[in-house]
Structure formats: C-alpha cells, structure tokens
Design a protein. Structure first.
Length: 353
C-alpha cells in the first residue's frame, strides 16, 4: 500500500483524469444534441414495438453503466433486462435466442473481440442492436441498427470518466424517449449544468479517511448501485485501494461481519426510497464504529462524514454523485503518491477474447 507520508509528485488539477472528468457535463450535452433525432426515432420504435427483453453487452465501467440501464429500463418500462455473459458466444459459441429482443452494447472503443462476437450473435438471432460507443469508426458502430455516439471526445487517461458519464446519460435518454417519463425528460435538460456544479462540490473531507485505508466497502441501492460499482473499480484502478461494491441490502448479510472500528464505508444515497436503505445501512455501520462517508442529497446524517450531493430526479442523482466522486478519486490517487492517468498493468483498451 502507498505510504500515507508520500508527498504528491503530481498536481491533482493537472492530470488528464481531472481535465477529462471535468468535461462530463459538456459530454452529456454533446450526446443529447448530436443524438436528438436518433433518440426520438428509437423511442418511437420501442413504443410501437416493445421488445420482449433487453440484453446489455459491456465490460468494466461500461458494464456498470449497463447495471444503471437495467434499473432504469425495468422500473420505467417493466421489460426484463439482463447482462450477456460474453463467453457464451466468444468461447462456447453457443446459440442465442434473441428474437424480438433489444441488445444494447456499451463501449468506449467498440473493438473488444468478445463484445463484437456477442453483439453479432444477438443480431443474427434477431435482436435489434443499439450501440453506445465513443469511437464512431469502430467495428461495434458498424454492427449497430441504431448508433448513438457517446460524443465524449478523446479520452487519454486509462481511467474512464467522461465516457462513463456519457454512457449513463445516454441510457437515461434512451429510457426517457422510450417510456415518455416527463420527470426524467425534464431532468435530462438540466443534467449538463448540474454535472458542472457536481464537479465543483467539495469532497475533500473524505481524504483523511481514505488516504491511509487498505480496504473499504462502497454501497448503493437501486439506481445508485451502478455508481457504487464504478467507484469501487476506480478506487482499485487509480488509488491501489481494495474496494468492494455492495447493495445496501446485500451488505447486511455476510459482509457485515468484518465491519469494525474505523472500517471505511463510502455510500451513495439517492433521495428516494432506495436511498433510505443506504442511509439506514450507513447509520448501522456508524453504530459499529465504522468511518462512514455518505453522499446524501437529503442532508447531513448524524455520525457520518457528509459528502455534498445535488437534488435532482432520483434516477439522475447517481450520475451527479459519480461526477463528484471522480474528482475525489483523482485527488486521492495523487495523495497516495500515484499517477491516476497511468495505473500499473492496465491499458486503455482491453481486448478480451
């Protein structure tokens, strides 16, 4: 583990991760503007011919975005949504039953062989393919029946930030167009400006807890579970800090046993009923002596370190919270003597077969 006495060798506000994460609001605005006609067309198609099921195809941060999409699709349209196990197609070459289904593929590069094999299998089996991809010239883009470029722009830091934000915004836009949900539609109009505001929020009180840490839990629920997954990945990836993501309901089972004095917990709470579950878990952890960091738009919760979070449509609040988190993760990486742009043993594009 990096020494807590390490002096930062990098200016945290000069990293690629910082500058790219700061573009999250602009990326979402570009996505919504560029894809306005395509989103309306896709929404009309899905309303007229609702799919029997939805399958997402993604890995890494993009798969965390897919988790967010699952909650949105199932809560606002009722259509069952699952994640493709890509080895089924890429390793086992097993047949896929996908007639009358929707396949949503999410990728920064659009070039991973197992992702392409899986999307091709679903397409040949009768699925309608929608691709959310940052590289419009990628093989994935060529496979799509409806291409929705992420419009995040070049992302050179190994850690995905603005492309993840754009993916979340893109999934919310698809579901808004499909479901016709007015609150979500109106919330999306304000999302770019709110993302800029979220990036400016001060989460530095978390540094004192996380800089010396060795392990922590990251918790969320419902719409917020996907950003808990993403935050845990980024803490491992950029901060060399072992973090596990849990639903605030699931963490009360076996994982609860290892909570003791000072054990760090990072929670993402939305302003809805799912957020109540995170707040309840946070209070239970705090009573056990854990050091609880809580992003909570409902305000300060007793015995926790408050991380400011903006109120919005509950479905969009996790996007704002992960934007604030990215700035924290960048600062934490530098404080632990690391370079968030170049994590060891990692490449920008991972080509799994």
């Amino acid at each position: 583990m990096p020494s807590t006495l390490t002096q930062p060798l990098i200016n945290a506000e000069k990293t690629l991760m910082f500058s790219e994460a700061a573009e999250g609001g602009a990326a979402v605005e570009r996505f919504l503007t560029h894809n306005k006609v395509a989103l309306a067309r896709l929404g009309a198609r899905l309303q007229a011919n609702p799919p029997r099921s939805v399958t997402t195809v993604a890995r890494g941060s993009s798969d965390h975005a897919a988790t967010y999409g699952k909650y949105l699709i199932e809560t606002l349209t009722g259509v069952p949504t699952s994640t493709a196990a890509m080895s089924v197609s890429s390793i086992y070459a097993a047949p896929v039953v996908a007639a009358d289904s929707l396949c949503i593929a999410i990728s920064q590069s659009g070039r991973s062989p197992d992702l392409l094999t899986t999307v091709e299998a679903h397409r040949k089996a009768g699925a309608y393919v929608v691709a959310l991809v940052n590289d419009e010239a990628s093989p994935l883009a060529a496979l799509a029946d409806e291409l929705l470029p992420l419009c995040a722009g070049p992302e050179k830091s190994v850690a995905a930030t603005k492309s993840y934000i754009a993916s979340l915004g893109g999934l919310a836009a698809i579901v808004a167009a499909w479901s016709g949900d007015e609150a979500l539609t109106h919330g999306l109009r304000d999302l770019p400006a709110q993302l800029n505001a979220a990036f400016a929020l001060d989460w530095t009180p978390a540094l004192a807890v996380l800089q010396p840490a060795r392990n922590l839990f990251v918790i969320g629920r419902g719409y917020g579970f996907a950003v808990a997954q993403e935050a845990a990945l980024k803490l491992k990836e950029t901060c060399a800090l072992h973090a596990e993501a849990f639903s605030s309901a699931e963490v009360k089972h076996g994982p609860m046993a290892i909570i003791n004095d000072g054990f760090p917990i990072l929670g993402f709470a939305t302003s809805d009923t799912a957020g109540d579950g995170v707040r309840e878990a946070a209070q239970e952890f705090a009573a056990r002596g854990a050091s609880v960091l809580l992003a909570n738009p409902a305000g300060v919760l007793e015995n926790t370190v408050h991380l400011p979070a903006l109120l919005s449509v509950p479905a969009l609040e996790p996007i704002l919270q992960i934007q604030s988190f990215y700035r924290l993760a960048n600062s934490l990486s530098v404080a632990r003597g690391l370079d968030p742009d170049s994590p060891p043993h990692l490449n920008k594009v991972t080509k799994t077969v």
